[in-house]
Design a protein around this ligand. Structure first.
Ligand code: NAP
Ligand code: ZN
Ligand code: ZN
Length: 347
């Protein structure tokens, strides 16, 4: 395999910079993908800066990968050269455990995350989509519907499945009152999906700046969570709350907005723990839970749903060289609503 151009973080306190890596020789079940676009997830930033305390360096982030198949191994049956394909947050798993058998590979104890992880050999570090090529077993390669623009489809591979999955798992249906906390990369996809499922959607955001966007994305109501008394009229009003915030917010304040027996799902992963009051849960038998991306089967289902409903991400395309500035803008909430790297900039 040729040497592949990439961008890497060499340590937690250095900006990302040019890097080279070699991908493995494709085996009989491998698909070689020419990466065209890669979305920029807040998890990339958390890990490049070791905010979760589990980072290994050098790290080539990126798990919202789309491109074209350029070669396949002899035994590959599900993908053909030229196909538009995607790779999400993991590139392998044990294929034998309960999670894998149930199509929930993201919970496999030896899930190979697309970067900051190890390959199936449990030794070789994985490197993600801030690079021009990747080699992945066909089982972990998704089909991107041909009617979707590839650049705007990239964020579906993480932001898309991470918001689609909990809405499906919790059976969101027409008429349900759904709150989405945080209008960033994940949040804006949550709004699109919940609206497409027929829910009445309320966005909770930390300023009024995104109000018009929220409505355009499909939200029916908008709440500036920093305004005194903003929550007063909403106590016990929601069937479901999807919390996508990358920093800690007062969870108790949001639990109070749920109807009896209803759930708030955390998908945002701040690095610090947050206090939860037992009162906020026992009064009304509320549920506080979490969700991690989604399995291969559900990710394909989500992509097909997007193909049918013409759902993609709202993106700002950037060259690879702009990644450090993009991270700073993401920290300021200044993304509308996902940066997507054009890997042609590395050619
Ligand atoms: P993002 O684009 O940066 O969006 C996060 C949003 O949270 C911001 O746009 C902002 O929304 C809000 N926010 C940020 N700081 C805040 C603060 N201090 N107080 C209140 N609100 C704040 O990030 P993302 O890519 O959507 O990722 C969000 C989180 O999900 C990250 O922690 C990421 O690691 C995690 N994640 C989890 C999974 C999973 O499987 N569970 C998958 C992907 C990502 P407003 O401007 O509207 O206030
Ligand atoms: Zn992600
Ligand atoms: Zn497994």
């Amino acid at each position: 395999m040729p040497i592949v151009k990439a961008y890497a973080a060499e340590s937690a306190d250095q900006p990302l910079g040019p890097f080279q890596l070699s991908r493995r020789e494709p085996g009989p079940r491998d698909v070689v993908i020419d990466i065209q676009f890669c979305g920029v997830c807040h998890s990339d930033l958390h890990q490049a800066r070791n905010e979760w305390g589990n980072s290994t360096f050098p790290m080539v982030p990126g798990h919202e990968i789309v491109g074209r198949v350029i070669a396949i191994g002899a035994d590959v049956t599900s993908h053909t050269p030229g196909d538009p394909v995607g790779v999400g947050c993991f590139v392998d798993s044990c294929r034998a455990c309960e999670a894998c058998a149930g199509g929930e590979e993201q919970f496999c104890p030896t899930c190979s995350f697309s970067y900051n992880g190890v390959e199936a050999d449990r030794v070789t570090p994985t490197h993600g989509g801030y690079s021009t090529q990747i080699v992945v077993d066909e089982r972990y390669v998704l089909k991107v519907p041909a009617n979707l623009p590839l650049d705007a489809a990239a964020p579906l591979l993480c932001a898309g499945i991470t918001t689609y999955s909990p809405l499906r798992q919790w059976g969101i249906k027409a008429g349900d009152k759904v709150g989405v906390v945080g209008l960033g990369g994940l949040g804006h996809m949550g709004v699109k999906f919940a609206a497409a499922m027929g829910a009445e959607v309320t966005v909770f955001s930390t300023s009024d700046r995104k109000k018009a966007d929220a409505e355009r994305l499909g939200a029916h109501h908008f709440v500036n969570s920093t305004v005194d008394g903003a929550f007063d009229a909403l106590q016990g009003a929601f069937d479901f709350i999807l919390n996508t915030v990358s920093a800690n917010v007062d969870l108790n304040q949001y639990l109070a907005l749920l109807k009896r027996d209803k759930a708030m799902v955390l998908v945002g992963v701040p690095s610090e723990p947050a206090p939860v009051s037992a009162f906020a849960l026992v009064m009304g038998r509320k549920r506080l839970t979490g969700s991690l991306i989604g399995g291969i089967r559900e990710t394909q289902e989500m992509l097909d749903f997007c193909g049918q409903h013409n759902i993609v991400s709202d993106i700002e395309r950037i060259p690879m060289q702009a990644i450090n500035e993009a991270y700073e803008r993401m920290l300021k909430g200044d993304v509308r609503y996902r940066f997507v790297i054009d890997l042609a900039s590395l050619a």
